[in-house]
Design a protein around this ligand. Structure first.
Ligand SMILES: *Cc1c(COP(=O)(O)O)cnc(C)c1O
Length: 369
């Protein structure tokens, strides 16, 4: 079995794989209502919210779209803060639905500094919403979301819509305490289950916006998800099997404990960054904001990025990600999120070292894993 070190889908534990194969149930019956209740409460220690947590059957992009179409109207002014390709996507979704989008684009590899966001809000008051990525998976950068949220609420009345697809469940997120009005994540990143489900936490200010938002929506309607959740049902047929898996993974995650999981991710990320630097590789992210779920490094001069990922896959059965969009061929990305053992990560780093040598790279003499 390949050592899958991409930033999602991520490997899943054996007991989750077993749960996925269970027989179907009626998604409008009492067993499903109990399952939905357990899963929702199992998510709560990671979302850190007292408000609604709603479960969608779609990928992360679907629930990003849900965040927009349920809170905004065509013509609303939106500040789309982007530090990479997922941030760009968030802004594009808003544009597609007719929002008046102003883009605040930050150089890839850097974070959005709170004072820069504050200045953008002061420069053109009246934004209805700020869109932001918590952890930018394309560059391996984690935005300082707590400080950004503080600035957004101090400088404006804008709603804060947060894409936490690749961070929630892996790093601390204080949805209520930080004032994150609507925050979304996807099952295949930090949650130890396959793709198919996405989750949204919706606070009071987002519900208030929902009441008057006129963007078209049907499948993604938040109100339908809320009203059905109140009777223990999904509005539409859900990914029942992934729900079975999530029930099991959340039990495991809550046994490990949120704080222990966050510490495991932080420690693994620090170790990987050290290992990369020991190999003489340049970290792509601003070190002050390096992600704890994914590490991006520049492909060294003289090495072909495509050949590097291919060599790792073909000769070592280790699968890592290359760069997205304009970073294709320039960086490699190494996932350390969700369910992993330290040994998996160390073996992948060793495979990287061996593959670099195969491709003619001179590893610094001191480098050992
Ligand atoms: C993976 C990811 C998405 C998109 O999720 P899909 O499930 O592929 O639709 C969005 N944002 C971030 C930050 C991601 O890492």
């Amino acid at each position: 079995m390949a050592n899958l070190r991409i930033p999602g889908p991520t490997p899943i534990p054996d007991n989750v794989r077993e749960a996925l194969s269970a027989q179907m149930i009626n998604h409008r019956g009492p067993e499903y209502a109990a399952l939905l209740g357990r899963v929702t409460e199992g998510l709560r220690p990671f979302f850190r919210t007292e408000h609604d947590i709603l479960i969608y059957t779609c990928s992360g992009t679907g629930v990003m779209e849900a965040a927009i179409v349920n809170t905004l109207s065509p013509g609303d002014r939106v500040l789309a803060v982007s530090i990479g390709s997922f941030g760009d996507r968030f802004g594009t979704i808003a544009e597609v639905y007719g929002a008046d989008v102003t883009r605040l684009n930050v150089e890839w590899g850097m974070a959005a500094e709170p004072d820069v966001v504050g200045a953008a809000l002061r420069a053109a008051p009246g934004y209805k919403a700020v869109l932001i990525t918590h952890n930018e998976t394309s560059t391996g950068v984690e935005n300082p979301i707590e400080a950004i949220a503080e600035v957004v609420h101090a400088e404006s009345d804008a709603l804060l819509l947060v894409d936490a697809v690749s961070s929630m469940g892996c790093v601390p997120v204080e949805t209520d305490a930080w004032g994150l009005d609507l925050i979304v994540t996807g099952s295949q990143k930090g949650w130890e289950v396959p793709p198919g489900l996405a989750m949204a936490a919706v606070g009071p200010r987002a519900w208030q916006a929902f009441e008057s938002a006129t963007m078209p929506r049907f499948y993604l309607d938040l109100g339908k998800h809320r009203d059905y959740a109140a009777i223990g049902q999904p509005p539409w047929t859900p990914a029942v099997s992934v729900m079975y898996g999530l029930d099991v993974s959340l039990k495991r995650m809550n046994e490990e404990g949120a704080d222990a999981i966050f510490a495991r991710h932080a420690a693994a990320a620090a170790r990987v960054r050290g290992q990369m630097e020991a190999l003489g590789l340049q970290l792509f992210a601003d070190p002050r904001y390096a992600s704890n779920t994914i590490t991006a490094v520049s492909v060294p001069d003289g090495v072909d990025g495509k050949a590097l990922t291919a060599t790792m896959r073909e000769e070592h059965d280790v699968v890592i990600a290359g760069g997205q969009g304009k970073l294709a061929g320039q960086i490699i990305r190494f996932g350390h999120l969700g369910w992993f053992q330290q040994r998996d990560l160390d073996e992948a780093v060793e495979a990287l070292r061996a593959s670099l040598i195969t491709l003619g790279y001179q590893v610094p003499a001191a480098a050992s894993v």
